[in-house]
Write a protein that binds this ligand. Sequence first.
Ligand SMILES: Cc1cc2nc3c(=O)[nH]c(=O)nc-3n(C[C@H](O)[C@H](O)[C@H](O)COP(=O)(O)OP(=O)(O)OC[C@H]3O[C@@H](n4cnc5c(N)ncnc54)[C@H](O)[C@@H]3O)c2cc1C
Length: 399
Amino acid sequence: MKSSDILVVGCGMYGITAALALRQRGFSVAVIDPGPVPHPLAASTDVSKVVRMEYGADLQYTRMADRAIDGFEIWNAEFDEELYVNTGVLMMGRSPMRPGDYLYESYEMLRADGHLLDRLDGDEVRRRFGAWSTGAYVDGFYNPRGGYAQSGRIVAALAAKARRIGVVIHPGQTAADFVREQGRIVAVRTREGMTFAAGHTLVAAGAWTHHLLLPELQRILVATGHPVFHLKPADPALFTSPHFVTFTADVAHTGWYGFPLLREGVVKIANHGVGRTLDAERDERVVDENDLAQLAAMLAETFPALLEAEIVYTRRCLYSDTPDGHFWIDRHPQRPGLTVAAGDSGHAFKFAPVLGPLIADVVEGKANEWAAKFRWRALSTRSVSEEAARHQPGASQPN
Ligand SMILES: Cc1cc2nc3c(=O)[nH]c(=O)nc-3n(C[C@H](O)[C@H](O)[C@H](O)COP(=O)(O)OP(=O)(O)OC[C@H]3O[C@@H](n4cnc5c(N)ncnc54)[C@H](O)[C@@H]3O)c2cc1C
């Protein structure tokens, strides 16, 4: 039996940022994870995640991302490493931007919030970013604020810091069920036979959350798998920032986005679309012929110079998806002593510096200017994602 003020189940981005924030508020904190940390199958364990402020007309996400970028810059200084790489983001569309669409609403929102953006047409993109094909992309903009986060390295750095300030991380421990006393959650038993007692338990188990611990959320949280590709370009210079930057390629209508040449020597391209519903525990996470064919079609239209590039790695990575695309961060309404932080819906990593304190506020029952959007809420499975960049064929685009 181990005990602490707070037990955190899951050591991905949600878990470790919350554990740090709670420890800095003076609580004793333990974290359990099947491990190793960072866990190779965790969504947070990756070479890069887009950091963008472009959220259509959604002011809250725009502001959260803006503040998170300040946080990433503080981490860069604190850890003396460029964990967040400010390449800027290039947001291009295949049709002129117009009111109601993702690019137009993002452009107007950011300008109204005082950000200086470069509006670009097809020729200007071609001139500044030579790898882009001519013709297909006709309108969009470059935002110098934004880029990508080296997510796996960030989780590793935060876990090391957490250990330094007294958070006890237990890799090799998989939460299996809860221990209750008078209806209150007072401990967690693990598959490995340990019991972790705590005054309050935070479940931040990503795409595994509803599988393992909270069947009542199975109607709300769904694990969806999304393809990721690493390509080795024949001409790396063409794909190196600033000649090639973090981008979205008409993402709201295609799902495609990607990154300049990364330290691993690859260009990473992925798709933020509907994905495939999977069981986080049992199902294979592989990219298939159909995914490869869709990638080839995208490259032919957008980056012909990558058509012959060797695909050196692929992965199908999991979102903890909510029907409306907003995160799920709240105290459990029927189970005192328990908070759930999940439902990342494929877009939470960019908020890491602000999500830790937000989750900590929710655990403590304190007010937080942004928490209401992520509260425990009634949702129908027919709801569509309100996250403006998410490509949802057939669904009318939220602006
Ligand atoms: C393909 C893909 C691309 C993405 N791109 C972006 C992007 O460009 N920008 C962006 O902002 N976000 C992006 N995201 C989203 C981002 O990765 C997630 O929002 C974030 O990483 C979620 O963190 P998490 O801590 O909730 O989950 P995870 O990182 O998955 O962590 C969950 C942890 O819980 C542990 N766990 C599971 N079950 C148990 C158990 N029973 N007991 C104990 N521990 C357990 C796991 O081992 C894991 O370490 C992307 C996600 C995917 C899948």
